[in-house]
Each structure stands twice: as C-alpha cells, then as structure tokens.
Write a protein that binds this ligand. Structure first.
Ligand SMILES: Cc1cc2nc3c(=O)[nH]c(=O)nc-3n(C[C@H](O)[C@H](O)[C@H](O)COP(=O)(O)OP(=O)(O)OC[C@H]3O[C@@H](n4cnc5c(N)ncnc54)[C@H](O)[C@@H]3O)c2cc1C
Length: 431
C-alpha cells in the first residue's frame, strides 16, 4: 500500500520526493503548490507575496533551487517611516530617521532600563533587545498590524527569527556607517520566469515517476478500519497504513473525528489570512527596491513589492510596473468582511496618499485571497499545538508543514522538516 500524503504544497511534494516508497498526494486545488503557486496578471506572474528562496542548509534547498532556472536576487527592502525610506531592518539605518527620532532610538538603546529584564512576550523582548525608541516607532505598530494582536500577547518564540543587534552596530547605524552584518548581499533566489510556481513545477517533474498527485480532491471522511487509514473522497476511497497530513490542522479536523479537548485546543489556535492585490501602473516612486514595509495603521497594506525587481521576465513590455500589495487579516474580522472592490480601492488610495503610485497612473488592479497565510503565536499556542500533534501521533497520523505543524516555517524550514520526517518513516516502516 502506498503512503497517503494529504496536501500538495511544498511540504507534501517534498515529502513525496524524500520517501523511498512511491506515494499518493491528495490535493484540494486544481494545481499543486499551496502557498508556492503563482498566478498571472496581464502576463506577469505573481505569488502569494514574492517567494524568494533562501539557500538554507546544504542539500535540502539545492533540490528546490535547482528544480527550475533561478536568478540570484540582491534584496533591497525598506521601511516606510514618516515619508522616509529606512533600510530594513529598522535598527540598521537609524541615520535615515529625522534628528529627533534618531536621538530617541539611540538614547533608549544605550540607556535601556529593560536591558536586564526577563522577556516573556514579544513586547518585552523588543523593549529589552532594542529599547523603547525602536520599539515604539516601528516594532510595536508593525507587529500589531501584521499579526492583528498586540505584541504583549505574542509568544517569545517569534524572537527566534530576529537577529539581535550588537551595540557597536547600532551606534554605527546612527552615524550612517554600514555594518558588515547589514551590508547588501546576493542572498536569495527567484525563478527566472513564471514565479515560484516554476519551482513547484520543477519539483513535480522530479517526483512524477514515483508519485501520483490527485488534484481537485474533495475529502469526505478520514477514518481507520482494521489498522488501515481510509480517506473517502469525491474520487473514490484511498487506503494506506501510512497517513501523513500536510494540509492545515483546521482542515484535517473537518474530516477526522476527535475528542472534545482536541477540538477545543484547535479552536484556540489563531491564524491570519491574506489579500494579495497586484496593481499595474504607468509609473511609480518605489525606486530600486524589492519590498517596502508599512507600520502605519491608516494604510491598509503591510507590505508592497515591486515585481520588476525580480528580473526582466517580471517587467511589463510597455515599461509599466507591477506592485504587489499584501494585507493580512483575521478570519471573521472587519477586514475579512470588506468587499474586494473596497480592498482594491483602499490599496490604490494608500499608494496615492504616500505618493508611491499616483491614482491616475493605475492601469489595472486585481485581488486574490488566501485563507491560511500566517500561524499566530499567541501566548498559549504552543501548549495547544503540542497537545494536538501528540494526539495525532498517538493515533498514527504524522504531520508536516507550515499549517500542519502550526509552525512559522519558510520553504527551507518546511523542506527540512519533510526530509527529517521521511528519514524517520523510511527507517521505521522499512519503506
Ligand atoms: C505572504 C507570504 C509570503 C511568503 N514568503 C516566503 C518567502 O519569501 N520565502 C520562503 O521561503 N517562504 C515564504 N513563505 C512561506 C511559504 O509559503 C511556506 O512556508 C510554504 O509554502 C508552506 O508549505 P506547506 O506545504 O507547509 O503549506 P501550504 O503551501 O499551505 O500547503 C498546504 C496544501 O494543503 C492543501 N489543502 C488544504 N486543504 C485541503 C483539503 N481539504 N484537502 C486536500 N488538500 C488540502 C492546500 O491546497 C495546499 O496545497 C511565505 C508565506 C506567505 C503567506
């Protein structure tokens, strides 16, 4: 019996690659790839927010980067702050702030009353690590905007992703001296054409001989009979001794019976969805930057990216540019209830207000929304996730992926996890 993998995102597809035995991947959408799919807008490919790939650990990412023709990208990301563009991360470019803000950030960093405190949430971590100036001016409002939750309600685990600044680097940053750690690097990869979907397609080609990918699947029920997992779907029943879940946990429990305490834990897990709004315009004032970040709560988007930056195949022939706006929102929130026309209008109004793209220069605009974009690490999430994953393992269901493990993983992290799980399963089941 072939192992069944539910969910054909990068987790499911890379797991199919790493498993020794041939497997079946069941995918809900018409096209596999999950968050690593791309879409076309007037012949320009765009992703769910540009998916640049980081080299990660040797071997694992090599597989992905080599699965399509990719270019090395010199990232240039900035933060829009009071009409100025500050290099990302904020603390690396204090010299670009006005005199008052720069003094405030530097003084609060050097004489930080929170320095020796014990941080138990993200707000306390920001204050302790960066001081009140950088926290109040940028980190607190930006994180509130992206996560839709106050940073004092965010688990300290998010800090694992944030590099801690050195004192001498902050002093140099205020003097306008670039530090080695923050020097621009050729540090990420992006497909030459077709968006991140090309990488997914490359991987699909590699696994074509050993995996059967069944798309447009509608699962009806998941249950176990005589030690064999059964997945009842619109395309028939699939059976296996080995079931790996790579789709979001919130999806899995729509089809799998579970005790009340597990469902309670599941309903306590918060996640954010995202609107992706591509805007094509005759011209823009974004400069030679890939992405700009916005903490201002009166601007609807938290990030915009200029796709032209990703290579000649992402440039419109008539020299118009494509800007991709991202708006995170919580399901059932005020933002989730906006009509798509209103979201598009507010994106255009925001770009116009900040003089990044004038309203009269906009040629075309579209919108897509994706339910599962970001797992939210609120203060109690870890206990709930551990409880759910432990239960699933106890009944013989393995989980792998961003929403399947409820872990804030990027592509490299997901592929690393699928590699690790495959090693365990290959050994254990002698697959
Ligand atoms: C805005 C944004 C920007 C990002 N940028 C980057 C970046 O620049 N670099 C980077 O490395 N990572 C980036 N990421 C993270 C990256 O997208 C994820 O880590 C990765 O794609 C997750 O893969 P996955 O397979 O775990 O999950 P998913 O891609 O979510 O895959 C889950 C799959 O399960 C399927 N599914 C759902 N329900 C069902 C069902 N009922 N039945 C069957 N199948 C189902 C879905 O259709 C999907 O294909 C970004 C993420 C977001 C949201």
């Amino acid at each position: 019996m072939k192992p069944i993998i539910i969910g054909g995102g990068i987790a499911g597809l890379s797991l199919a690659y790493f498993l020794k035995k041939n497997s079946i991947v069941l995918e809900k959408e018409k096209t596999p790839g999950g968050l690593c799919r791309s879409f076309e807008f007037n012949k320009i490919s765009y992703d769910v927010g540009p998916h640049t790939m980081f080299p990660g650990k040797e071997g694992v990412m090599k597989l992905l980067i080599s699965s399509a023709k990719t270019n090395k990208i010199k990232r240039s990301n900035k933060i829009y702050h009071k009409g100025r563009l500050i290099k990302y991360p904020f603390e690396s470019d204090l010299a670009s702030l006005d005199d008052r803000d720069r003094e405030y950030c530097l003084k609060e960093f050097l004489h930080n009353p929170y320095k020796n405190s014990r941080a138990q949430n993200m707000l306390q971590f920001f204050l302790k690590t960066f001081g009140q100036g950088i926290t109040k001016l940028h980190l607190q409002p930006y994180n509130q905007k992206v996560w839709k939750i106050s940073p004092d309600q965010l688990d300290i685990r998010l800090a694992e992703r944030i590099p801690k600044p050195l004192k001498e680097d902050i002093i140099k940053s205020a003097q306008g001296i670039e530090t080695e750690r923050h020097a621009p690097e050729f540090d990420c990869y992006y497909p030459d054409r077709g968006g991140i979907q090309e990488t997914t397609n490359g991987l699909l080609k590699i696994i074509a001989d050993k995996s059967r990918i069944v798309c447009s699947i509608k699962i009806k029920r998941i249950y176990r009979e005589n030690g064999i997992w059964q997945v009842a779907t619109n395309k028939g029943n699939f059976s296996s001794r080995l079931l790996v879940n790579c789709m979001p946990l919130h999806e899995l429990f729509k089809y799998l019976k579970a005790p009340q305490y597990i469902l309670k834990a599941l309903h306590g897990l918060k996640y954010n969805s995202i609107y992706i709004v591509p805007v094509q315009a005759k011209k823009d004032n974004i400069g030679n930057n890939l992405a700009l970040y916005f903490a201002d709560k009166d601007i609807i988007f938290n990030r915009i990216s200029k796709l032209d930056f990703l290579g000649s195949n992402y440039r419109l022939k008539n020299h118009h540019s494509t800007v991709l706006a991202e708006i995170t929102y919580r399901p059932k929130s005020y933002l989730s209830k906006l009509k798509s026309k209103e979201v598009r209008q507010r994106v255009i109004a925001g770009l116009d207000k900040l003089n990044l793209v004038k309203k009269e220069d906009v040629v075309d605009v579209a919108l897509r929304s994706f339910e599962y974009a970001y797992v939210v690490y609120d203060l109690n999430y870890k206990k709930k996730v551990d409880c759910i994953l432990k239960y699933l393992l106890s009944i013989g269901i393995y989980c792998c992926g961003r929403f399947a493990e409820f872990e804030y993983l990027n592509i490299d992290g997901v592929v690393e996890h699928s590699d690790k799980l495959a090693k365990k399963l290959n050994e254990k089941n002698n697959l």
